[in-house]
Design a binder for this molecule. Structure first.
Ligand code: SF4
Length: 192
């Protein structure tokens, strides 16, 4: 029964147009403190812009603890041509990633993984709230304006993507359309 639900979830992820989706054991997710440090120095433009990025998001230590409560993880990725992640188009690419993560999380919940928890990449402030001065969730008593889409950034919590993508066999390759190297944008949905 559980395997059927997992197969259905993987099929759902693929139906959203992801380049690949795989299931892995949670202990393959490596969380390292120094990845979060890179958000601060050199300063990422998303740093301190929303509740989903450092210094407001979970610390690596807290995230390591948090994921101990899960068993498996659905990892998915989009291989995007270089131009899709350059400044002018980055918002669109990041939006696709946030929306896909949230959609897989919702589907997982509807399949009975009630604690399913999705994490994305790229800051939600510059993606979803670029027209607003501030992140609403950081205001006293405030709530996120886009709870149906915005998900925390994995790199901000110290997830080592390099190690993970290598172990999944997700390497950079040439785009069939342009011949340029592709860029990977990926998300994780944790399952109990
Ligand atoms: S209110 Fe906007 S910036 Fe803040 S967490 Fe939600 S989407 Fe991100």
């Amino acid at each position: 029964m559980r395997n059927e639900r997992i197969s259905e979830l993987l099929a759902f992820a693929r139906s959203l147009g992801v380049s690949d989706a795989k299931l892995l054991e949670v202990d393959r997710i490596i969380v390292e403190d120094h990845f979060r440090d890179l958000c601060e120095e050199p300063r990422c433009p998303n740093y301190n812009t929303s509740i989903n990025c450092p210094p407001h998001s979970m610390t690596p230590a807290r995230f390591r603890d948090h994921i101990k409560g899960f068993v498996r993880v659905l990892a998915f990725k989009f291989d995007m041509p270089m131009e899709a992640v350059q400044e002018a188009s980055l918002r669109e690419a990041a939006l696709l990633l946030h929306e896909t993560t949230a959609a897989i999380e919702r589907r997982a919940k509807s399949l009975g993984f009630e604690r399913a928890c999705g994490y994305s990449s790229g800051g939600c402030k510059r993606t979803l709230c670029y027209e607003h001065a501030d992140c609403a969730a950081l205001q006293e008593g405030g709530q996120c304006r886009h709870r149906d889409k915005a998900r925390p950034s994995l790199s901000g919590m110290g997830v080592n993507w390099q190690t993970l993508s290598k172990s999944l066999g997700w390497m950079m390759h040439k785009s069939e359309d342009t011949g340029d190297n592709t860029v990977m944008m990926a998300g994780l949905v944790f399952l109990e």
